[in-house]
Design a binder for this molecule. Structure first.
Ligand code: CO
Length: 427
């Protein structure tokens, strides 16, 4: 399927170009700028015209982009796709450089729920944000380093005999990064970061530094049918959302994508899915409070996030019947405890989108003895009153430093989201 491989190539480039959530938003804005979308600030007067392509960024790491409808949102509603820009990993702690046993180490804080063991013995480096002070103005400057600079090392098996049976990781004691054997080195990291960001060292008033694995994403499997990379959850769905939006024309309804930071830490932040970001944009687009409530009741939200594919070596982890496979198509997520937004009618809606897109839809439901994850779908539904449905591409090794998904699923997901954004009839 040559179309799928071309789409996958673009996804690999996107994955490699987004070492942090802020970089993901930067990459998305670069594409949108090229395609004629106008940046609108939340602090300026709302002046979006019918049919206009626009985007809004909040706090540098969440973005809402869309094509304003030709009709009134109160009548025509919104078609929205949501995804998240963040992923589990590590952030450098302040004042954490120490020299111990002859080696310079740097303390980190765990962000979200990474599979900690997968981060050991990798060639790691740094990316993030420097705060530049210019007179009285503070602004964010992104930097990315791609040469290996640090590492979280395992002890030798000889010194830790039972480690293949149980390698119990203490997230505080075992994760400090090994950075140097020749004395303090963090200042050199900051120098490199400044060079990458194009700012002078004296102007740095603060920083947020994350650890990332710079190994490029790759295609694997005998036919290149697997995508292997860090950050697939959930940059793959961000990429699919953007692709789906770029394929839209102006329509009576408004098509939007909302890519939120902070999903991996519960979404209750200034720009997470539980924030005012989406409802405030919807209200401003609707032209008033009463119109906003009417618009919301005429709208649909599709939440796209990684889904758990069945693993041949751990097959017992899945429900006996609902067993999504990699490259078997996008997954509809269902949960009786309402951890997903999917309802009887929204599930039927996304099935009808899949039918008209010619896409096979798989189903995921958890075993009763295994909790399912949560995502932005139900949070958004509760926060806004938008009817929603949760979908995702099937993947293995979710939250590993190196995850795995299917090439064909990615193009099928783009078709599904595209069909939803275009859909005028059903609500
Ligand atoms: Co996710």
């Amino acid at each position: 399927m040559s179309g799928a491989i071309v789409g996958a190539g673009d996804l690999l480039t996107f994955l490699d170009g987004c070492p942090t959530a802020a970089w993901a938003v930067r990459r998305v804005t670069e594409v949108l700028n090229e395609r004629g979308f106008r940046r609108v600030s939340e602090n300026s007067v709302w002046d979006i015209e019918p049919g206009e392509r626009f985007y809004v960024v909040r706090s540098g790491s969440s973005i809402i982009a869309g094509i304003a409808g030709m009709g009134k949102p109160a009548v025509e509603g919104f078609r929205i796709v949501g995804a998240h820009t963040d992923f589990p990993g590590f952030r450098v702690k302040p004042d954490s450089e120490r020299i111990r046993e002859g080696l310079t180490t740097l303390g980190v804080e765990v962000y979200g729920s990474p599979i900690l063991a997968t981060w050991f013995d990798r060639d790691l480096t740094f990316a993030g944000t420097l705060i530049e002070k210019n007179g009285d103005t503070l602004s964010r400057r992104l930097f990315v380093l791609d040469q290996a600079l640090c590492r979280i090392s395992t002890p030798a098996i000889h010194l830790n005999k039972g480690m293949n049976e149980a390698f119990k990781i203490n997230p505080e004691d075992h994760t400090p990064l090994i950075l140097s054997s020749s004395g303090p080195a963090f200042d050199a990291v900051l120098e490199m970061a400044c060079e990458s960001a194009g700012i002078v060292r004296d102007s740095v008033a603060g920083w947020s530094i994350e650890v990332w694995d710079p190994q490029p994403a790759s295609l694997s499997g005998i036919d290149g049918e697997f995508i292997c990379s860090g950050r697939i959850d959930n940059l793959a769905m961000c990429h699919a959302s953007v692709e789906a939006l770029l394929h839209q024309e102006a329509a009576p309804h408004t098509a939007l994508i909302a890519l939120f930071n902070s999903e991996e830490v519960g979404s209750a932040t200034v720009n997470g899915a539980a924030s005012t970001f989406l409802p405030s944009i919807l209200e401003r687009m609707s032209g008033g409070r009463e119109e906003y409530f009417r618009a919301v009741s005429n709208s649909l939200f599709v939440s796209a996030d990684g889904a758990h594919a069945v693993h041949p070596n751990f097959a017992g982890k899945h429900d006996p019947s609902c067993r999504p496979i990699i490259n078997g198509g996008p997954v509809l997520k269902i949960n009786a405890k309402e951890r997903y937004a999917s309802s009887d009618i929204s599930s039927a809606y996304i099935q009808s989108c899949a039918d008209s897109a010619g896409v096979t839809l798989q189903r995921f439901v958890s075993r009763n003895d295994m909790p399912c994850g949560s995502t932005i779908g139900s949070i958004t539904a509760a926060r806004t009153g938008l009817s929603g449905v949760d979908v995702g591409s099937p993947m293995l090794s979710m939250h590993s430093v190196r995850e795995m998904a299917g090439t064909r699923d990615h193009s099928a997901m783009i078709s599904l989201l595209e069909t939803h954004l275009r859909n005028q009839g059903q609500r």
